[in-house]
Write a protein that binds this ligand. Structure first.
Ligand SMILES: Cc1cc2nc3c(=O)[nH]c(=O)nc-3n(C[C@H](O)[C@H](O)[C@H](O)COP(=O)(O)OP(=O)(O)OC[C@H]3O[C@@H](n4cnc5c(N)ncnc54)[C@H](O)[C@@H]3O)c2cc1C
Length: 433
């Protein structure tokens, strides 16, 4: 199936999915003086983008550019040309052009000055409309049908099913996390049926289920652990260690530090599942280690444990000498049941490297901040056009990349949206000659 170019002077161009990637594609097309229609399933556009602004919109990152690109892991090489073409600095200038100031916060994260997404989106939509972009909410793309040899795009709308024909289309339908905001991953089966190669959609930046005891669940569920570090060894034997904070939840662990390690931890768990075949033994458990005192050495902890205790209980020693919360003692008992509390060496070792219960599963994709997986690099050309569907381009979280939180997700969505929008213009220009 492929799109046929209409003979009319003005091609009919659609962007389906009005998140940051789709809107950026629409802007690029409109800037070339081409008419573009944007369709979205939801009653209003960019709902996930707006939600991202609720807790403070971290739109990009100001770290060294080589480090920035490396955050995309295996997809860094693929995304690099798109990011070079729309760097974090370019993104900031683009935001400034919309009349929104930005600032660099802690850990080099970049935010709009008021931390919100709504003013930015309002200014952007205003500019898009003034460029002639028309937006059709409540239009859910449902697939295709052939009519008189022509490929027809089917939309369900409140007025019933509508059939449309286009000369070029950008699909920017998001991943499959937070489906109630619109991106529900239903495109997966539609594109698979057309022979498009798609890596399975998996939770990224997600929480994990851990088999806590009833005691931990009931007494400590919801407790934040701050100024700690988590580490693991990934499937390639590479060590990962990140400092920060996370929450001991009723079902397991959640929060920014867990999200930062979620990709290697999830992949470890998946590799273990695939090893659960007769005759196969895993030597890499999906094991997380908790360092309660990353700022203190083993020796410093021992010297604090050796200070006079004046009849203090062990729990009080942890609290008063080491400034640790009540949950530390409870987790030491749960995670290190054999620990001799009189053995300072062993206690210091357990505090520096406490094995958490191995996660049993990720939390559902619907709850994750983002999705891993998606349309693979070999399914598209450099301009993000699907080889199985010439004239159809793909952008944003639909593509097979993942990144940690920190502004990397939105930056790649904008950059790939730009590439797809420019790709549409290039493709139409080359086909009208
Ligand atoms: C709670 C939360 C906080 C976040 N915070 C940040 C942050 O601070 N920084 C950051 O970089 N990233 C953040 N993200 C991630 C970021 O919001 C996403 O990566 C980004 O929105 C993805 O953009 P996209 O355009 O690819 O897809 P989406 O924003 O998901 O947009 C896809 C659009 O496609 C539409 N659609 C889907 N299917 C159809 C269909 N069949 N027909 C028509 N329309 C359809 C949807 O309605 C939706 O509007 C956050 C995510 C969440 C959930």
């Amino acid at each position: 199936m492929s799109i046929s170019i209409s003979s009319s002077a003005s091609p009919r161009i659609a962007v389906i999915g009005a998140g940051p990637a789709g809107l950026m594609a629409a802007e690029r097309i409109a800037r070339q003086g081409l008419a573009v229609e944007v369709f979205d399933a939801m009653p209003s556009v960019a709902r996930k983008f707006l939600l991202a602004g609720v807790g403070g919109m971290n739109i990009t990152h100001a770290e060294d550019y080589a480090d920035f690109v490396s955050r995309y892991g295996n997809a860094s090489h693929w995304l690099r040309p798109m990011l070079d073409d729309f760097t974090p600095d370019n993104l900031r200038s683009w935001i400034h052009e919309l009349g929104i100031e930005t600032f660099v916060g802690t850990s080099n994260r970049v935010f709009p000055k008021d931390m919100k997404a709504a003013p930015l989106l309002r200014a952007w939509l205003h500019r898009l409309r003034s460029q002639g972009v028309s937006i059709h909410p409540r239009h859910r793309w449902q697939g295709w049908q052939m009519e008189n040899g022509k490929q027809i795009w089917r939309f369900s709308t409140p007025e019933g099913e509508k059939h449309q024909q286009f000369d070029a289309v950008v699909l920017a339908l998001g991943g499959a996390s937070w489906p109630r905001l619109g991106s529900d991953g239903q495109w997966y089966s539609l594109l698979t049926q057309q022979g498009v190669s798609i890596a399975p959609l998996l939770p990224s930046n997600c929480g994990f289920e851990l088999p806590w005891s009833d005691f931990i669940r009931e007494r400590f569920g919801g407790t934040p652990l701050k100024n700690i570090a988590l580490s693991l060894t990934d499937i390639h034997g590479q060590p990962w260690c990140r400092k920060g904070e996370f929450i001991v939840s009723q079902y397991g662990i959640e929060g920014s530090l867990v999200y930062a390690l979620s990709a290697p931890l999830r992949d470890l768990m998946l590799s273990k599942q695939s090893e659960k075949q007769p005759g196969k033994q895993s030597d890499k458990p999906a094991q997380l280690w908790l360092d309660w005192l990353p700022q203190n050495s083993h020796e410093q902890i021992i010297s604090k444990l050796q200070q006079p205790r004046k009849g203090m209980s062990f729990a009080n020693v942890l609290r008063k000498k080491l400034n640790l919360p009540a949950i530390t003692n409870a987790l030491l008992k749960e995670c290190c049941p054999e620990l001799d509390l009189h053995d300072h060496q062993a206690v210091a070792g357990a505090l520096k490297s406490m094995p958490l219960p191995c996660p049993t599963s990720t939390r559902p994709l619907a709850e994750a901040i983002s999705s891993a997986g998606g349309v693979t690099q070999n399914a598209v050309n450099e301009d993000l056009m699907l080889s199985a569907l010439p004239g159809v381009f793909v952008a944003g979280e639909m593509l097979d990349w993942e990144a940690p939180t920190g502004g990397y997700l939105l930056t790649a969505c904008f950059a790939s949206g730009k590439r797809a929008g420019d790709g549409v213009c290039n493709w139409l220009a080359s086909h009208s000659e």
